[in-house]
Unconditional design. Structure first.
Length: 343
């Protein structure tokens, strides 16, 4: 369905479709090449070195084929804490490699240099497994080759039920098109915000449609404002009459106003083809605010739309999303219950 090809224009690899792919198709369900369990960030790289010694030769070879950003390498050289983690790892092993051979002098320096290169690959390609890395971090061979777009055509997410990273098509994708994911998560951000984030973290200057068209940026500015208005409503900041004047965001005071705001956001996301998780979240907001304003019928309508969308983005294996009604299926059940009570 997809292939990895070299792309001269960005001097690195990219993933392309080899046939037409319909929206909602599961492009891949990848097994990680390596998993680093959830540990504090200051221990992550020494734990990664540990896992690398346990990994199969085949997986180590596959990891070494992934790219590493010069930007990360430069930072790592200067980062005392990262250097310390790699040196600390060898110190803890009493300077031995996995065959028990003592590492000294040139051998030790060579091992440390190799480990630092692998750490750079890890920092460039690793992805959190679950929200905030609940299941650790992993490296995946296909995901690691996917480039960024602010209007992505694919969505990747770790599924702990399957123990795989699934990648689904957000749109219909034609044969020969490049597959893009979104590196920076939140789409309710202006071009300038995204450009800073992409440059500082990845060294990327994105030239996707959203980054070159000023009219699209106006829509993203509006989305940022709506997003902030809802955030202020959620945390209670909008009860301060000065808030909206100071920050220039509409004042959202009631669940009905919140519903109107979320509906506008929903419309803007769809207008720009942003049919990813943020649209799912906005549909949930619409459903929640409709419920809070006493309209469970409308709430159910939005909940069902969320469920349809969720299926296209992550599939139907969502038992790990039962807690706190995170998964759309569980939310639909809850809203149906409310509708039953109100009937
Ligand atoms: C995880 S890798 C992605 C795959 C990479 N192209 C490769 O060859 O393995 C991340 C790196 O890909 C490149 N990249 C990703 N998206 C890009 C984009 N939209 N424009 C230019 N370069 C991009 C950047 O060098 C970035 O640091």
């Amino acid at each position: 369905m997809v292939e990895i090809r070299w792309l001269d224009s960005i001097e690195s690899e990219a993933v392309f479709s080899t046939r037409d792919i319909r929206r909602g198709t599961r492009i891949a369900a990848e097994i990680p090449l390596i998993v680093v369990p959830p540990v504090p960030r200051e221990k992550e790289l020494s734990r990664f070195c540990d896992e690398m010694y346990k990994a199969s030769e085949d997986n180590v070879a596959k990891i070494s084929e992934l790219s590493f950003r010069p930007l990360v390498k430069e930072r790592m050289k200067k980062d005392h804490c990262m250097n310390q983690q790699v040196w600390g790892f060898y110190k803890a092993r009493k300077w031995k490699d996995n065959t028990g051979t003592l590492l000294k002098g040139k051998k030790l320096h060579k091992a440390i240099k190799t480990a630092m290169n692998f750490c750079t690959i890890f920092r460039t390609n690793s992805v959190y497994l679950g929200p905030e890395g609940r299941y650790g971090s992993g490296i995946f061979p296909l995901y690691g080759r996917m480039n960024h777009s602010c209007v992505p055509n694919a969505h990747a997410s770790y599924n702990p039920t399957l123990k795989r990273l699934t990648i689904h098509a957000i749109h219909d994708i034609e044969a020969g098109e490049q597959i893009f994911i979104n590196y920076i998560g939140d789409v309710c951000r202006t071009h300038q915000q995204r450009a800073f984030s992409l440059h500082n973290t990845w060294g990327i200057t994105c030239d996707c449609a959203a980054c070159i068209d000023p009219q699209v940026d106006q829509l993203r500015c509006r989305m940022l404002i709506l997003d902030q208005a809802l955030a202020a409503y959620e945390c209670g900041a909008s009860t301060d009459p000065k808030f909206s004047v100071t920050y220039g965001v509409p004042r959202v005071m009631t669940a009905a106003e919140a519903l109107k705001t979320a509906e506008e956001l929903n419309y803007l996301l769809k207008e720009q083809g942003l049919h990813g998780m943020e649209l799912c979240r906005t549909l949930r907001d619409c459903s929640k605010y409709a419920l809070n304003s006493g309209d469970p019928k409308i709430a159910l309508g939005y909940a069902l739309k969320e469920l349809e969308l969720e299926k296209t983005l992550i599939g139907t294996e969502t038992s790990h999303l039962e807690d706190n009604l995170q998964g759309a299926k569980y939310w639909v059940g809850h809203v149906r219950g409310q509708l039953g009570k109100s009937a």
